[in-house]
Design a protein around this ligand. Structure first.
Ligand SMILES: NC(=O)c1ccc[n+]([C@@H]2O[C@H](COP(=O)([O-])OP(=O)(O)OC[C@H]3O[C@@H](n4cnc5c(N)ncnc54)[C@H](OP(=O)(O)O)[C@@H]3O)[C@@H](O)[C@H]2O)c1
Length: 252
């Protein structure tokens, strides 16, 4: 059985991606940050459909924990799937914090950098020896890093996602020697718990976002999760180094 690791799968896009990947017959190691309950809910949804899931804690902003995570994954792969390797990595965990450039603190910039850019870089580095040749990686980026339609306040967040887009292409280049494909998805506004549950706190933003979206609504987690699952699957075997916007045509 193929096995995927999905980070930040305790809610939103990562939760949907983990469930969609499992639906296609792949075992899933899913991680959570502060919400173990959410991780368990994802695993329960996977198991209800006959899939296999293992839930692990992981702070993507703490690179010092990655060696221990690697060792835990090694044990999980052996015990659960009798394997030494896994096949797919979805670097999805992330958070948003917005502030104008003039108000952004170094602390907030550094935290965004650690979670959104340094984390995926070094987690991938650490897990690469455990990845099977011919596998696939998907990085969850954002249309905040797009070249048009910028919103004030996303400078630090969008810069990290822009870095992740560049990193995606370098990963695709370097890992191609092992047949590992690497792509990014760039969601538009998607109704998740992002930014301290901003969609619940400010429901009035939804109609305005929908009005700017060609397909006429905001995104839902499953809109993105299905694309991530397709990108890691064999259906996308000839796709690498791409950044696919999944926004329903935002600002089209
Ligand atoms: N929603 C949007 O509009 C949108 C648009 C573009 C891109 N994105 C990107 O989509 C990805 C998923 O976000 P989402 O919208 O699904 O938000 P979400 O519902 O808040 O989910 C975020 C996930 O990431 C985890 N996470 C956050 N910080 C972490 C850390 N330091 N270490 C480990 N896990 C951490 C959370 O875990 P816990 O809750 O367990 O801590 C949760 O599982 C992010 O990379 C985000 O930047 C979202």
């Amino acid at each position: 059985m193929k096995v995927a690791i999905v980070t930040g799968a305790s809610s939103g896009i990562g939760q949907s991606a983990a469930i969609e990947i499992a639906k296609r017959g792949t075992g899933v190691i899913l991680t959570y940050g502060n919400n173990p309950q959410g991780g368990l809910e994802t695993a329960t949804a996977i198991e209800k459909e006959g899939g296999t899931a293992v839930v692990l804690p992981l702070d993507v902003g703490e690179t010092g924990t990655f060696a221990a995570f690697h060792d835990t994954v090694t044990g999980v792969l052996r015990d659960t799937w009798q394997r030494d390797t896994f096949d797919y990595l979805v670097n999805n965990a992330g958070f948003a914090h917005t502030s104008l450039i003039e108000d952004t603190t170094e602390e907030s910039f550094d935290r965004l950098m650690r979670v959104l850019l340094k984390g995926p870089y070094f987690l991938t580095q650490k897990l690469l020896p455990l990845m099977a040749d011919g596998g696939a990686i998907v990085n969850t980026s954002s249309n905040a890093a797009a070249t048009a339609g910028l919103e004030p306040g996303y400078s630090a967040y969008g810069s990290m996602k822009g870095g992740l887009n560049v990193l995606t292409r370098y990963m695709a280049k370097e890992f191609s020697t092992r047949g590992i494909r690497v792509n990014a998805v760039s969601p538009g506004s998607t109704r998740t718990r992002i930014a301290d549950d901003a969609f619940t706190r400010f429901p009035e933003v939804v109609p305005a976002l929908a009005a700017r979206t060609a397909l006429g609504r905001v995104g839902e987690p499953d809109d993105i999760g299905a694309v991530i699952a397709t990108l890691v699957s064999d259906a996308s075997r000839w796709v690498t180094a791409q950044n696919i916007e999944v926004s329903g045509g935002y600002d089209l």
